[in-house]
Design a protein around this ligand. Structure first.
Ligand code: XMP
Length: 310
């Protein structure tokens, strides 16, 4: 694809659609929302307010990392603490689609609705990509960021219009455009991380304690596999327990799954054949986490599995 032309067209189109109005966008630190932030600021400058919503589900060090990375690109990112709202909305839920729905509602209706009202923004710039749309419309799973394609009139429901400059791109195209748009390689080549964040990696109820367990495991996996060249890698906390031994005593502990996959666009994926020593090292570190006594490696391609667990 012609990335240069794509960037120019999108900047012109964002300018034309928004005119003199105010716009807002949520940055998660992933490549999709980072690229939207970049294009949006090039098109709108000060008319665009970029927020980073702390939903209590972010990875270790993520908030600081994102704010710092964009500060070095001269883009101000405003932190919004919405941790309690997300935790309250998720409390007691175990069904994956109900959890996704709770995150969508909290994000677009409660937190964003409030920000939009306060700021007087008329438009939300959104990092939806083609794969998100296809899988939601096909009924595979409800991606948190799909609204208009499900027939939701965002203006009537949430009070703002949604603009989706990346909706014709797949992940590999997004990375290429991101590079050309001036995002540093550490962002343009960043492994995908979903909007609902660590919630997609917790099977069963989401509590502060369970988030912390998966957060530590995620940091270990990301550290160990940073040099793997894989498309995506993650840690997942299961809802089951297994018997093990801790301090010479029986322990009914938690189970972490490690997943590492190869893909170009996330529509299909195969499992990375990681070296045995690497898997062993990850397992040793993961089972060192408080309360965790088993570590499994997921051997399932997509399909039949999806990449995330909820
Ligand atoms: P699945 O699990 O559907 O994931 O095979 C495909 C790709 O999409 C990411 N993903 C999401 N990204 N919002 C996002 O922004 C979501 O709700 C969402 N769910 C999955 C996932 O990490 C993978 O790269």
């Amino acid at each position: 694809m012609d990335c240069k032309r794509f960037i120019e067209e999108q900047i012109t189109s964002i300018k034309e659609t928004i005119g003199e109005a105010k716009a807002i966008n949520a940055l998660s630190g992933g490549v999709d929302s980072s690229l939207v932030t970049m294009l949006g600021h090039r098109a709108l400058g000060e008319q665009l307010r970029t927020v980073l919503i702390d939903n209590a589900l972010m990875r270790k060090g993520e908030l600081e990392y994102v704010v710092k990375s964009f500060a070095s690109l001269d883009i101000e990112v405003e932190l919004v603490d919405a941790r309690q709202e997300f935790l309250d909305a998720l409390a007691g839920l175990t069904d994956p689609e109900e959890k996704r729905q709770a995150i969508t509602d909290t994000f677009y209706s409660k937190v964003f609705g409030r920000l939009v009202r306060e700021s007087g923004a008329k438009f939300l710039l959104h990092g939806t990509i083609l794969t998100d749309i296809e899988e939601t419309v096909d009924g595979i799973k409800r991606q948190h960021n799909i609204l208009t394609q499900l027939g939701i009139n965002t203006e009537a429901v949430y009070g703002y219009s949604v603009l989706e400059p990346l909706k014709t791109l797949r992940k590999d195209d997004v990375r290429e455009v991101a590079k050309l748009a001036g995002l540093p390689a550490e962002i343009s080549q960043r492994i995908p991380f979903p909007g609902p964040a660590l919630a997609t990696r917790i099977v069963g109820e989401i509590t502060l304690e369970r988030i912390e367990t998966v957060r530590i495991a995620t940091a270990i996996v990301e550290e160990e596999l940073a040099d793997s060249d894989a498309f995506q890698y993650m840690a997942v906390l299961l809802n089951d327990r297994a018997t093990g031994i801790r301090n010479k005593k029986r322990q009914f502990g938690q189970i972490i799954v490690v997943r590492c996959i190869e893909s170009t666009d996330a529509r299909t994926a195969t499992v990375t054949q990681l070296p045995w020593e690497k898997l062993n090292r990850i397992s040793e570190r993961i089972t060192g986490i408080e309360g965790v006594n088993r570590c499994l490696y997921d051997l399932t391609p997509k399909p039949p599995a999806t990449i995330e667990y909820i």
